[in-house]
Design a protein around this ligand. Structure first.
Ligand code: GDP
Ligand code: MN
Length: 396
């Protein structure tokens, strides 16, 4: 589950990580109120107004603006709230901004220069370890740094059984070229950041930039936080942070029906039981020259109701030109699924695209008969290869 910057920062703060303070606002009036409150709490009289959407690159798209007076806060907030923000990480249509974070300006001048650092914590699945990735080249374009000057990006592996050791925190601060107070602050920052990552069951923290302020504080200015969905049951407060307006509406609807659906860009809709079989099905569609329109795992109980719901969800995608149903009957009986398909077909009315069905396992023979005798435009096949070939044929 992805979080907004302001939510990510509130989690960081709860673990003692130093952040750029801010207050979320839904209207320009609330933004002014927030700015006033921040002035009282932190003394700041410059603010940044930051669009809250689930995408990075907001600065580039005009979603992050500095404001130097309360009138300015009002103006910038009213420009950003309601805007359609297009960034390198959104689709071409962009995302509508519903709220902004009004934050204290932390780039004030002082005894030394400010510097922007990149830092992320994530799981390296290949190594089975957490990794802290960091670079002196923070700011907006870490992808470019990775491409052009990869030697400027460092990597610290952390054994999850041991946690981040003090020498590792010092090594990170050293590699970032810090000294004195900033060095000390960085070791504290990264130690707490790692504890926060573990403590909130995150799968990704990306803090870009981490700022060294001109008075040598180290603070998180941005926060991209992704939490592990499988851990949300033990964090009801985090689960409540979910913002479904930021998610794909079809995926939300599928999730509510207990279907595991991920939209893709192709034209062959897939309905499969089991994630492994779904992956294999997508592979074979690709091999036969097709392109999957989605990943859809109907799960262990592929009953008539779920099959119908799955059809309806697949058909919401206008790119779908054919549907491949690939169900393995282990516990679930194929004839039941076949009946579900026939019923769904009748309930939905005219399904405008050809359907290829492969039902294998318990009662597969009965299932095939049922489909063939239904008189519907459904192609029944036995082998997975046949199914893929048939998809190619109907699309040709
Ligand atoms: P992103 O573009 O979505 O990654 O949003 P960020 O939160 O990283 O902000 C983008 C950029 O805005 C940062 O890299 C900073 O250069 C700038 N910025 C953020 N906070 C402040 C601030 O307090 N003062 C000033 N002057 N600039 C800021
Ligand atoms: Mn950023």
């Amino acid at each position: 589950m992805n979080l907004h910057e302001y939510q990510g920062k509130s989690i960081l703060k709860s673990f003692g990580v130093a952040i750029q303070e801010g207050i979320v606002a839904h209207t320009p009036e609330e933004a002014v109120e927030a700015a006033r409150k921040l002035n009282e709490d932190t003394g700041t009289d410059w603010w940044v107004i930051k669009a809250q959407i689930h995408a990075g690159g907001r600065g580039k798209g005009g979603g992050v603006k500095l404001a130097k007076s309360l009138d300015d806060v009002k103006e910038k907030a009213s420009n950003i709230i309601g805007m359609n923000l297009i960034t390198p990480q959104t689709s071409a249509e962009g995302k509508k901004v519903h709220k902004v974070l009004v934050a204290q300006d932390v780039y004030y001048p002082g005894e030394s220069e400010t510097s922007e650092i990149y830092m992320s914590v994530l799981l390296d699945r290949a190594k089975g370890r957490n990794t802290i990735i960091y670079s002196t080249e923070g700011g907006m374009d870490i992808e470019e740094v990775a491409e052009k000057t990869p030697h400027l990006i460092h990597n610290e592996e952390v054994d999850p059984a041991v946690g981040l050791l003090p020498f590792q925190a010092r090594k990170i601060a050293f590699n970032l070229g810090l000294s004195g107070q900033a060095f000390k602050e960085m070791t504290k920052f990264v130690t707490k950041l790692y504890k926060a990552y573990e403590g909130c069951d995150a799968s990704l923290f990306e803090i870009n930039p981490v700022l060294k302020t001109s008075d040598n504080k180290i603070i998180a200015v941005d926060a991209k936080v992704t939490l592990d969905d499988n851990s949300l049951f033990r964090h009801p407060d985090y689960a409540a942070m979910r913002d479904i307006t930021e998610e794909d509406p079809i995926e939300v609807e599928a999730g509510e029906a207990g279907l595991n659906y991920v939209k893709l860009d192709g034209n062959v809709g897939c309905m499969v039981n089991g994630a492994g079989l779904a992956m294999a099905t997508m592979d074979i569609i690709k091999l036969s020259g097709g392109d999957p329109a989605n990943f859809l795992d109907v799960g262990g109980t592929a009953n008539a109701e779920r099959v119908e719901k799955a059809f309806r969800i697949i058909l919401k995608d206008p790119n779908v030109k054919a549907i491949l149903v690939n169900i393995f009957g282990g516990i679930v009986r194929c004839d039941r699924v076949a009946q579900g398909i026939v019923d769904a077909y009748k309930n939905i009315g005219d399904i405008p695209v050809p359907i290829i069905v492969r039902l294998q396992g318990t009662n597969a023979v009965e299932a095939k008969e049922l489909i063939e005798n239904s008189g519907l435009k459904v192609h029944s096949v036995v082998l997975l290869k046949e199914a893929a070939d048939k998809v190619g044929e109907v699309l040709a």
